[in-house]
Each structure stands twice: as structure tokens, then as C-alpha cells.
Design a protein around this ligand. Structure first.
Ligand code: ATP
Ligand code: MG
Length: 385
């Protein structure tokens, strides 16, 4: 029996006149995810099927598709020429020998002589005859056997559904520039915005030689994890060593993080504008650490000229963020112990609620534009597919 994968999608159907556009991007993203593997994606009414693949690639394809935003659920199905015998054989492959089950039929093919209720009853009855340890449970079955009789004379028979990543197709909501550190939070922030349809570019700031090459590699690895969900990404890497040295030398050390954040924001905005990103994204969560107070966010946000700053984790607890980090596959990388540039020259008493007047007074001791230009000239661009 031929196996196919049924792909059901989320909110796309809400998009009225734009629906065709959303579906096209969604299908393209599935194609990208399955690049290099033999398959064929077909559009059905309200869903897609992936067909003509090697059965040995089934797990691989499922893994890839569960990372495509827009996928609501997936099912592995047997595709058979419609007949009660064929449907029964496929159903008995899926049905366990023990426990509870239910058959749920949809009949698009109205010419088929039995209606859905009659098909449920007959297939269910034959399965009960075959396995004495089996029972029907119409409310909470262990296995729900779905049967779709399609108008083209074939039927799809499938077991329990696999949950997809949800969200909107990446590429339908513009592009954002993610400030990515080596920590737990920022990759999750990128994931959350990609889930709402954004393409994600990344920018990372390092303080080599105070931070080492492993820290840099760690960020590249995090960007690779993220790239699996957002159809690839571009990682911009900027050196801020001299900025930190200058702050250390000329300013009140307690303002190190506050001032550095403002430089990061300015540089990120300039690179974002060049690359067509329409917002900045950070992994900040209110109150999580000293620099993430509302005053801290006001201070770092006030240097941005045009773009909005999205902070999708702002209302999340750390353990909620960790759970998401685990689910996306970033956590084990994020907890590797390499230093981020923010921990270099870390003050013993960082200002928690920076007053704007003081921030500006400290910043006035620096040649801001020259430092930004110098940092921008260190730009390295890494493409991640
Ligand atoms: P994360 O887990 O993302 O590092 P965090 O809780 O450690 O977050 P901070 O270190 O205060 O928080 O950083 C807040 C946000 O600032 C980060 O989520 C990230 O968006 C940005 N950021 C911090 N350090 C860097 C860096 N070296 N390069 C790029 N962005 C950074
Ligand atoms: Mg951090």
C-alpha cells in the first residue's frame, strides 16, 4: 500500500482574499524543508499531501515538516483505491490489537454507496472481529482511525495525528533583525516571531579576544537551529571590543551594560535598515535580570530612530522560555558555558533603573559616531541555509 503524508494547515484559511498568497508561501516553505529528498507535494481541498517518497525517509520528512510554521497537524496515511476491502486492510495496519479505537469517515465521494456512518460501522465491526482485545470508545479512543473517501476514487486511511508547529508561513510577515546572544532567550524570541510569519536575520556582538572563538561558534550553532524554522537566516557578526574598552576607560563602570545596549541597538538598526528588516527583536523578559527593567528598556529603546522593537518574551517566566528552548532544540547549545560580551567588564553594581539624564551624561564622554563606524567596519556576514 502506498503511504502519503497529510498536511493540515492553521490560520491560513482565515486570510480571505490573500489566502492564495499564504498557501503559495506555505507550499514553497515545505518544498524548501524537503529539498534534496524525492517527494511530490499536492494541493487538496483545504490540505496538502506529500506523496511519492521513499518509505525509509518517512521519519525524516515528518521531522522536517513539524518544523514548518503553518502546519497544524500531520498524518501518515495509506492511499488505496476506494473499496471496503482496501479500506479495511489499511485500517487493520493502523489499528492496535488491544485498547480502544474509533473509526471516523469523511465521504467527499458522494457516489460511494455507503454513507459515513455505515462505513464506520462496517470497518469497526470487522476490526472488532479480528482482534478480541479491542473495544470501541467514541469519546476518547487510544487510536482514532480516519478514513477520507475522495472524489478521485482513492481513499486515505490514517491513525492519530502528529501536532505541527502552528503559526503562519515564514515570509508572510516581513523580516525582523534578531539580536542574538549565546543565551537561552534570544533564539526563542526569534522562533516566536518566525512562528508569526517573519523571516529572521540575526546580529551578534562579540568582544574578541575577551570572548573566545567557541562563544562565536556557539552563536552560529544557535542560528543554525533557528534557521531550520525560518527557512534559513543571515548572521551578522560585529565586534564591539573597542566600544567596551572605551566605556570602561571613560565612563562610570556601573553603566557598562546600559551603554553597551544602546550601542548594540543603534548598530542593529543600521544593519536592519540596510537588509530590509522592518523591526528589531530581542530576548528581553521584564524583570529577568538587572538590565531588563522598564527603565533599562526605555534607555536602550530610546536610541532607535524608526523601527519598532519587538520583545516577544517580555511577559514570559524563565521556565516557560526554557521549555520553548528545549522544544525548539536550542537549549543544550545555549547552556554551554562560553562568555557573552556583556559579561566582559561586568560592573559589580550595574545600574538597575538608569535615569536618562545620567545615561546621556555618561554617553557624552564617548565619540559615539566614530565608535559605531568602527564597529560597522568589522561586520562579517554568515549565510545559513
Ligand atoms: P539571552 O538569553 O538572549 O542572552 P539574557 O536573559 O541573557 O538573554 P541579556 O544578556 O540581558 O539577557 O540580553 C538581553 C537581550 O539583548 C538578549 O536577549 C539579546 O536579544 C540582546 N543581546 C544581549 N547580548 C547580545 C550580544 N552579545 N549580541 C546580540 N544581542 C545581544
Ligand atoms: Mg545573555
Amino acid at each position: 500500500m502506498e503511504k502519503v503524508i497529510i498536511v493540515r494547515y492553521c490560520e491560513i484559511y482565515l486570510k480571505g482574499n490573500n489566502r492564495g498568497y499564504f498557501e503559495r508561501v506555505f507550499a514553497e516553505n515545505m518544498e524548501k524543508a524537503l529539498k534534496g529528498i524525492r517527494h511530490e507535494i499536492r494541493k487538496r481541498s483545504g490540505r496538502y499531501t506529500v506523496e511519492n517518497f521513499d518509505e525509509s525517509n518517512e521519519e525524516f520528512i515528518l521531522d522536517k515538516l513539524t518544523k514548518v510554521f503553518g502546519v497544524h497537524t500531520l498524518s501518515v496515511a495509506y492511499k488505496v483505491p476506494t473499496s471496503m476491502d482496501n479500506i479495511y486492510h489499511a485500517a487493520s495496519e493502523i489499528c492496535p490489537e488491544f485498547g480502544t479505537f474509533k473509526v471516523d469517515t469523511h465521504r467527499a465521494d458522494k457516489k460511494f454507496p455507503l454513507n459515513s456512518m455505515a462505513i464506520n460501522a462496517e470497518i469497526g465491526g470487522r476490526l472488532l472481529d479480528k482482534h478480541k482485545g479491542l473495544k470501541v470508545d467514541i469519546h476518547k479512543p487510544d487510536v482514532l482511525i480516519g478514513v477520507d473517501l475522495r472524489e478521485d476514487g482513492t481513499s486515505l486511511v490514517f491513525g492519530n495525528m502528529i501536532k505541527g508547529a502552528g503559526g503562519m508561513p515564514v515570509g508572510t510577515a516581513g523580516k525582523g533583525m534578531l539580536l542574538i546572544s549565546g543565551g537561552i532567550d534570544s533564539p526563542v524570541a526569534g522562533y516566536m516571531m518566525a512562528k508569526r510569519g517573519m523571516n529572521i536575520d540575526c546580529i551578534h556582538f562579540h568582544s574578541y579576544p575577551y570572548t573566545n572563538m567557541q562563544a562565536r561558534e556557539k552563536v552560529e550553532n544557535l542560528a543554525k537551529v533557528l534557521a531550520q524554522y525560518c527557512c534559513g537566516t543571515t548572521l551578522n557578526v560585529i565586534k564591539v571590543t573597542h566600544i567596551q574598552e572605551e566605556i570602561h576607560k571613560k565612563c562610570n563602570g556601573d553603566f557598562m551594560v546600559t551603554l553597551l545596549r544602546r550601542f548594540m541597538m543603534r548598530i542593529a538598526e543600521r544593519i536592519a535598515k540596510k537588509s530590509g528588516a522592518k523591526c528589531l527583536i530581542t530576548g528581553e523578559s521584564l524583570g529577568q535580570v538587572a538590565s531588563q527593567t522598564i527603565e533599562g528598556m526605555t534607555s536602550s529603546g530610546s536610541v532607535i530612530e524608526d523601527l519598532p522593537i519587538l520583545r516577544p518574551l517580555c511577559g514570559f517566566d524563565k521556565n516557560e522560555i526554557i521549555e520553548r528552548s528545549r522544544n525548539m532544540g536550542a537549549y543544550e547549545i545555549s547552556i554551554q558555558p562560553y562568555e557573552d560580551c556583556c559579561t566582559v567588564f561586568l560592573p559589580r553594581h550595574p545600574v538597575i533603573r538608569p535615569a536618562m539624564a545620567e545615561v546621556l551624561a555618561e554617553e557624552a564622554k564617548l565619540d559615539i559616531e566614530a565608535l559605531i563606524d568602527e564597529a560597522l567596519s568589522s561586520l562579517e556576514v554568515v549565510k545559513i541555509n
